[in-house]
Write a protein that binds this ligand. Structure first.
Ligand code: NI
Length: 227
């Protein structure tokens, strides 16, 4: 399931974040790649240990922490610190899959990557190329969102970023371990939660049917979640 999370940041917030990103120091993007991915990758990143990366990464985590659509779709357990990349003219990232297990930098902890997220910080008209192409069971899906919006997709998917032919594409990307490991179970919970939200608007939160469905939702989480 590919889910667009619109307006994680407002346009004013995007302007502030972009000002900091444009002023940052960018290094070779292969600092974070697995061996196979490194062969396909040509881009720039902000160093993991950089203070500005940490500050902006925390802004992303707190924005997502109060985003109902993101929380409903991801049911996140642990989110790795967000990273930032920039693709200039000639840069791209060939087809690859991300590593299944990633270390949490600065700790002994590791997480399983269930979901990947990209948040765009360049407007689509600022650059040509640079589409995120995700292979799905319904064929390849091309993603290029407005600045401030993000896409959540299963980390099991093969994906690539097409070569940029004009301008620069700046985004944040990161991985997370979901409380619900299985993609099918996660999709059922997302669909159920979205239906409950819509029905609540029609029937009101005190409706006995809504209360019963909400109990079913939580009972399924209780059955399937790892925390
Ligand atoms: Ni990747």
């Amino acid at each position: 399931m590919l889910i667009v999370i619109p307006e994680v940041f407002t346009k004013d917030q995007v302007r502030e974040i972009r000002a900091l990103l444009d002023d940052s120091q960018w290094i070779d993007g292969n600092q974070t790649s697995g061996a196979q991915a490194a062969l396909a990758k040509q881009n720039k990143q902000i160093a993991i240990e950089s203070q500005i990366r940490e500050q902006l990464g925390n802004e992303i985590l707190s924005a997502l922490g109060t985003n109902p659509l993101f929380l409903s779709a991801a049911l996140p357990h642990k989110i790795l610190p967000p990273l930032f990349n920039r693709y200039d003219v000639g840069d791209g990232f060939g087809i690859h899959v991300d590593n299944a297990i990633r270390p949490v930098i600065g700790t002994k902890e590791r997480i399983r990557t269930d979901l990947s997220m990209t948040i765009f910080f360049s407007e689509p008209e600022e650059y040509d190329g640079g589409e995120l192409i995700i292979e799905t069971q319904f064929g390849p899906q091309s993603v290029k969102l407005e600045a401030g919006s993000g896409i959540l997709y299963p980390s099991t998917s093969l994906h690539k970023v097409t070569e940029v032919t004009r301008g620069s594409r700046i985004s944040s990307f990161f991985w997370m371990q979901s409380m619900i490991r299985d993609e099918g179970e996660r999709t059922i919970l997302f669909d159920l939660d979205q239906s409950i939200q819509r029905l609540t608007m029609e029937l009101g939160a005190k409706s006995p049917q809504i209360i019963a469905l909400t109990a079913t939702y939580h009972n399924l989480i209780r059955k399937w979640a790892e925390v």
